[in-house]
Design a protein. Structure first.
Length: 230
């Protein structure tokens, strides 16, 4: 397949992934997993949130492009990625939460709200059950609670929820990029101001001249990093 065909196949595959952005497949997000599937680098059995039905959906799309020995239909979920299970949501214990914001930073869909040293709260309707908030919590105050009884995979999830989760994921990515850009601009302005102040300083000794030169190099490097990030 050429690059256009791979791109079109990636789009089709991504559209039927659950968009939990859980990284259980071993890729940083659902899009990256779809890209790996489209190039035949990975099997369609690495998405626990999609479950067995998800494997079947992916396989039906992939079958015309790859030989059947490349992947087998009706595969079980790869155990290294987790298991198909009822959909959970995160619950934060208000008595134990210390407001560290680490879970907020880890959530791929901005489903956790709060501020530093204040109680955090999970928005149940937004939570994808990805589990990514669990590892960074220093006080283990987060519990995953099943909310779909015995329903698993796509029986516990819907295309509407997947599309909403994808939209929030991309909105978060855009926000983080914008915040990083704004932060780099602030740093560049601060560095430029320091450089201007440094240029007005008078140096009377070799040591002072050398120190000024060292500071100019540091400031110039900071400005260059800020410009590269734009």
């Amino acid at each position: 397949m050429n690059s256009l065909e791979v791109g079109a196949l990636t789009e089709r595959l991504e559209d039927i992934l659950p968009q939990t952005q859980c990284t259980k497949c071993g890729y940083p997000d659902c899009r990256a997993y779809a890209e790996a599937l489209a190039t035949g680098d990975v099997r369609p059995n690495r998405c626990p949130p999609g479950g067995v039905e998800g494997i079947q959906r992916l396989s039906q799309i992939l079958e015309p492009f790859f030989s059947q020995d490349a992947f087998a239909l009706n595969l079980a979920i790869d155990s290294s990625c987790g298991v198909e299970r009822p959909r959970p949501v995160a619950i934060i214990d208000p008595k134990r939460c210390i407001g560290c914001t680490l879970c907020i930073q880890a959530c791929p869909v901005d489903a956790i709200v709060g501020a530093s040293k204040q109680l955090h709260v999970v928005l149940d309707d937004w939570c994808t059950g990805c589990d990514l908030c669990l590892p960074p919590c220093p006080v283990d105050c987060i519990t995953m609670v099943d909310v779909t009884d015995q329903q698993t995979g796509w029986n516990a999830w819907t295309p509407t929820l997947a599309n909403e989760a994808r939209a929030r994921y991309h909105a978060r990515e855009s926000r983080l990029t914008r915040e990083e850009h704004d932060n780099q601009e602030r740093l560049a302005k601060k560095a430029s101001a320091k450089l201007m102040a440094l240029n007005t300083e008078l140096a009377s000794t070799e040591a002072e001249l050398a120190e000024q030169a060292r500071k100019r190099q540091i400031i110039a490097a900071a400005i260059a990093r800020a410009q590269q990030s734009k």
